[in-house]
Ligand binder design. Structure first.
Ligand code: SF4
Length: 67
């Protein structure tokens, strides 16, 4: 499983981090809007359900999962 994001669409809702903090981290720069970072681009299979939930509930459909 490989994770990528469309950073242009991310609005920093942090739903992804709430669902799967092992993979997604949302940080708020001092001079900008919060934005997601993928901590692990190829996470272990054990995290598939959490990653899938993060992608499902991301309001902007930012998260892309490839097999
Ligand atoms: S990836 Fe989706 S849920 Fe995560 S911070 Fe960006 S818009 Fe919000």
């Amino acid at each position: 499983m490989k994770i990528s994001i469309d950073g242009d669409l991310c609005q920093g809702h942090s739903v992804c981090m709430a669902e799967c903090p092992e993979v997604f981290q949302v940080t708020e720069p001092q001079d900008g809007y919060p934005v997601v970072t993928v901590l692990v681009s190829e996470p272990a299979e054990a995290l598939r359900e959490k990653v899938t939930m993060a992608a499902k509930y991301c309001p902007n459909n930012v998260i892309i999962i490839e097999d």
